[in-house]
Design a protein around this ligand. Structure first.
Ligand SMILES: *[C@@H]1O[C@H](CO)[C@@H](O)[C@H](O)[C@H]1NC(C)=O
Ligand SMILES: *[C@@H]1O[C@H](CO)[C@@H](O)[C@H](O)[C@H]1NC(C)=O
Ligand SMILES: *[C@@H]1O[C@H](CO)[C@@H](O)[C@H](O)[C@H]1NC(C)=O
Ligand SMILES: *[C@@H]1O[C@H](CO)[C@@H](O)[C@H](O)[C@H]1NC(C)=O
Ligand SMILES: *[C@@H]1O[C@H](CO)[C@@H](O)[C@H](O)[C@H]1NC(C)=O
Ligand SMILES: *[C@@H]1O[C@H](CO)[C@@H](O)[C@H](O)[C@H]1NC(C)=O
Ligand SMILES: *[C@@H]1O[C@H](CO)[C@@H](O)[C@H](O)[C@H]1NC(C)=O
Length: 917
């Protein structure tokens, strides 16, 4: 017991004897945003993080969550800084660190936060919140090499970074020892208690290290599925002998599943994989078998036959019943989608048994920055000052706010900016040890003493020491800094002579306001400001000016020549500064040859092909017969809003035309038409899109939608996403079209009176019922598009989905939930796809079409999944397959599973031998 360390401030914990439960030593449980200490039902003592000077706290309340530590959180600004918690640890000791995040909509924002967390300089995870009421959790197991570890939040891409709890648990044994522990953390992916009594996880006090053993009966996305028929739970009350403290706790080992039909199969998603991992299984014979019965089984892995050679005979391996046997692999390649199977051997009377598994991914430790130790020593002197409390590595993952670092693999500090920080005392000598320092700003403080020797920083270019109380002589060594170009020493208490070396240097040098500092030669003359090389400098400056002036003009000229800007603009033009171009009707008629070629029609009107006089191709949308009462002004306002939305994956809006009875919108022309045509229109008959192509289209479209949701303020809900609104350009890059139009429609611009907008088959059922519109309605529609991409079928069809089913969502859900993904895959894909990427996308699509909006993921989460799927697909189909396959298998193995792309089984690294610890 004693103290732990937060942001460099020590907090004394209560003496543990006060509590009923004897707290394990090495437990630190921080209740972020909390107000006072408390002990939870489990007996874990929580301490608030009230010593942290950064961020704000917030109270939240979420359904069914009563634990005090989840009623509060701390959040930080979404800036480019990092915000760190520092914890004291014992070196050469293994720990588990867990960070959890319960959003609870604390900021009343519809945009779920997404940000990074790091462990010291190592990127730990990207936290993507996809549900306000679900706790996100990340765990690492690590060997402490420093007496301090820091967990930092940074790089917020949406929303505000926040944290709910931070927990540190000390191990005392070597179960998690790996040969790589100095270079790799173990990032925990799965820790499952099979045959669990109920859905509650097993943790402290049952597990003295407070690991969380998830129940196998929990039903959640990406969790255990494909459970083999005949899988039965068994349990015992008898104690399980377990030689090492850190093996799974008794309560976990007392339950198991048995494959009564001879096999146990499961599938689960391993986030962060494929990669190298650490995977162990835990067995204990807890059934009272007759002596003439046997239980022998093996792992069946078609991709790695050698691994299935080792036969598990629990009683024999563990030397008895009710004893733990824990075979595993400390370095094994695992895929995203892990399907594992234990099958009984032919001579065994009983089916396989499994009590628990634990799988972690190796996370490579990033070296700290080069100057880390010196920087730590520097700030330790100023513990109580704000700027010294930022914590973590000085440069990684982002530098302290008053610092800049270079981009070396091990970054070096190149700039220190501590102007006006009210710092007293001498200039710390640590500053002179930053060997790559280029800029030093210490002006406007209360530094006393003399100027140190900066010979150790040969790259120094700029030194600001003005407005301090520095005394003594100006060191002549300053003149030896080869790159020095600016030196500011004014308004100090310096004395003696200005070194002539400095006066002779071609630099900007100000040393006024130092009463007793004299220029050597001319005696009593004070306050001399010298700029040498004036002529050269001024000339350079002048040339610079001229060049930049020319550039400016050129840009202007260029701009004028831009074709879309070259059209005649009506005198009472509504064109906005940001580019909504007002076309005249005659221009449009000319471009479309009087609306000759119709290329599409939709809810908002008819689309015609056009070509402007300069050859630019356009799509002209003639909005539906407008009985507009509300007038032209709203139309123009909305249109000018539209013109501010720019994104690679949104169809470009060029301008509009409003003359007479006509309301016209002008867009870029998309050569390859709509996604719909390619999936099941006439184009599909000519050429079927490949799976990778479909994934890339999904990725493009998703990014466009994400931009509408999170990149625009206020965010834009599309309301009418469908495969006919995803357009494809010359290079088959997808862009979303028709965004912003529903708003036009609903807000009274068009004649459309119904409030709920959307297209049957894509329409969010919850929105339909409640009329309450959020981004999640778009997510639903996008889920339907994903299902179309997988199946090549229309969203609504009377024929495609069999009896009593018209709707792609119902049809696909039925198949996917039964584990029958093959049943929905577009037959025209043949077997040219990787089943893992298919599963990934299918499962995400199902999440998107959840009936309740708040169980649907955010767009950014969907994108992550699509990109993972692309990675898998490229790895297998593309040229870069080498990487994954070579790593996955020993060369002597054939590449069964990944080659064919249809085998869901895990690929084990064949050169690793099972090892019993
Ligand atoms: C809260 O618990 C109730 C009853 O168990 C359940 O019906 C409901 O779905 C839960 N809500 C959430 C958000 O988990
Ligand atoms: C925290 O609260 C203060 C005062 O209410 C406010 O000025 C500041 O901007 C808030 N910080 C963040 C990160 O929201
Ligand atoms: C910040 O996050 C984005 C998206 O998650 C990522 O692309 C980017 O590389 C991250 N930046 C840093 C400095 O980690
Ligand atoms: C095993 O022993 C039980 C009695 O202990 C007996 O009923 C059963 O037939 C035996 N089974 C086999 C396969 O020998
Ligand atoms: C695991 O094995 C692979 C292949 O032998 C090797 O490249 C890797 O460094 C090993 N360790 C880790 C932590 O990945
Ligand atoms: C500067 O520091 C002094 C003493 O260290 C303190 O009294 C004063 O309030 C500080 N001023 C500012 C602006 O922080
Ligand atoms: C030198 O510093 C003094 C005091 O800050 C200032 O008044 C003066 O303008 C500076 N000289 C030049 C040439 O910048």
């Amino acid at each position: 017991m004693g103290f732990y360390h937060l942001m460099f401030l020590y907090v004394i914990l209560h003496n543990c004897m006060e509590f009923t439960f004897a707290q394990m030593p090495g437990f630190v449980s921080i209740d972020c945003g909390g107000e006072k200490d408390h002990t939870d039902k489990l007996g874990i003592e929580w301490t608030p993080d009230d010593q942290i000077i950064y961020g704000n706290t917030s109270k939240i309340s979420t359904e069914n969550e009563t634990r005090q530590q989840y009623q509060t959180l701390r959040y930080f600004p979404a800036d480019d800084r990092k915000y760190c918690y520092s914890l004291n640890v014992q070196t050469r000791t293994r720990y588990l660190i867990r960070a959890t995040f319960l959003y609870g909509n604390f900021d009343n924002n519809n945009v779920y936060p997404k940000f990074d967390i790091s462990m010291g300089p190592t990127h730990w995870a990207t936290i993507v919140i996809s549900d306000a009421n679900t706790i996100e959790s990340q765990e690492l197991i690590f060997l402490a090499s420093d007496p301090k570890v820091s967990v930092c939040l940074s790089n917020s891409t949406t929303g505000l970074p926040f944290i709910s709890t931070l927990e540190l648990r000390q191990f005392n044994g070597s179960v998690y020892l790996t040969p790589y522990e100095e270079q790799f953390f173990l990032s925990v992916s799965a820790r499952i208690n099979f045959g669990a009594e109920n859905e509650d996880p097993v943790r402290y006090p049952d597990d003295p290290f407070d690991r969380i053993w998830e129940s196998d009966s929990v039903k959640k996305a990406n969790y255990l599925v494909d459970v083999a028929i005949g899988t039965k739970k068994i349990s015992t009350k008898l104690p399980i002998a377990n030689g090492k403290d850190e093996l799974p706790p008794q309560k976990v080992m007392q339950t198991a599943v048995v494959g009564q039909n001879g096999a146990l199969t499961y599938r689960l998603n391993l986030d962060g994989f494929p990669g190298y991992g650490w995977a162990y299984t835990y067995f204990a014979e807890i059934e009272d078998l007759n002596p003439n019965k046997t239980r022998k089984f093996k792992l069946v892995l078609p991709g790695a036959p050698e691994l299935s050679k080792s036969i598990v005979n629990i009683q024999e391996n563990a030397q008895g019943k009710y004893r733990v046997y824990e075979p595993g692999y400390y370095n094994i390649t695992l895929p995203f989608v892990l399907s594992f199977k234990f099958a009984k051997t032919s001579d065994s009377t009983e089916g396989p048994l499994l009590n628990a598994i634990e799988i972690s991914k190796y996370l490579e430790i990033t070296d700290g920055s080069f100057d880390g130790a010196v920087a730590a020593s520097l700030v330790s002197v100023y513990k109580s000052l704000d700027w010294a409390q930022e914590g973590g590595d000085p440069c990684l993952p982002v530098p302290w706010s008053w610092m800049e670092c270079n981009s070396d693999p091990q970054p070096k500090i190149i700039s220190v900016k501590l102007s006006s920080k009210n710092i007293t005392g001498g200039i710390p000598s640590d500053l002179t040890k930053f060997s790559s320092l280029e800029e030093l700003w210490l002006d406007g403080n209360a530094f006393t003493g003399s100027i140190p020797d900066f010979s150790g920083c040969p790259n120094l270019r700029i030194i600001h020491l003005e407005n301090n109380q520095l005394s003594g002589h100006v060191p002549s060594s300053l003149a030896n800094l080869p790159n020095l170009s600016r030196l500011y020493l004014q308004n100090n208490l310096l004395s003696g002579h200005v070194p002539s070396g400095l006066l002779n240097k071609n630099i900007i040098f100000n040393y006024t306001g130092n009463e007793n500092l004299h220029k050597e030669s001319s005696g009593g003359r004070h306050n001399i400001y010298i700029i040498l090389g004036l002529a050269v400098g001024a000339a350079a400056l002048l040339i610079g000016f001229i060049i930049s002036f020319l550039l400016l003009c050129k840009r202007k000229k260029d701009h004028k020549q831009e074709p879309e800007a070259s059209f005649h603009v009506t005198s009472k033009s509504n064109a906005t500064s940001d580019g909504a171009q007002c076309f005249t009707l005659s221009e449009i008629i000319f471009a479309t040859k009087n609306f000759e070629k119709k290329i599409g029609s939709g809810g908002f009107g008819t689309v015609f092909y056009g070509k402007l006089s300069d050859g630019k191709e356009i799509a002209v949308k003639l909005l539906g017969n407008s009985n507009i009462q509300q007038g032209k002004k709203e139309f123009a306002n909305e249109v000018s809003l539209l013109s501010r939305i720019h994104h690679r994956n949104l169809v470009k809006f060029y301008g509009f035309c409003q003359e007479g009875e006509k309301d016209i919108l002008v867009y870029e022309f998309m050569h390859n038409g709509t996604l719909k045509e390619h999936l099941y229109g006439p184009l599909a008959k000519e050429r079927k899109m490949k799976w990778l192509e479909r994934l890339e289209i999904a990725d493009d479209a998703a990014k466009g939608i994400e931009y509408l949701h999170t990149g625009c303020i206020p965010s834009i809900i599309h309301r009418d996403l469908k495969s006919s609104n995803i357009l494809l350009d010359k290079n088959m890059k997808a862009k979303v079209s028709d965004f912003g139009l529903s708003k036009l429609a609903v807000d009274g611009i068009s004649h459309v009176s119904s409030i709920v907008r959307g297209t049957v088959g894509y329409l969010d059922p919850e929105y339909y019922i409640s009329n309450h519109l959020t981004e999640k309605s778009d997510i639903y529609s996008f889920g339907v598009i994903l299902l179309e991409l997988i199946s090549g079928k229309e969203a609504i069809s009377n024929e495609s989905f069999g009896m009593n089913c018209r709707n792609i969502v119902q049809w696909a859900r039925l198949h996917i939930e039964n584990g029958d993904i093959q049943g929905i895959i577009d037959p025209s894909l043949g077997d040219e796809y990787d089943i893992q990427s298919m599963w990934k996308l299918a499962e995400k699509a199902l999440m998107c079409v959840q009936p309740h909006a708040n169980s649907r993921p955010s767009m950014s989460e969907v994108i992550k999944e699509i990109q993972d799927a692309i990675m898998i697909e490229r790895g297998v189909v593309g040229g870069s397959s080498e990487e994954i396959s070579r790593n996955s298998f020993h060369s002597s193995l054939n590449m069964g599973s990944l080659d064919t792309g249809v085998d869901p089984y895990v690929s084990f690294h064949a050169s690793t031998k099972p090892s019993a610890r």
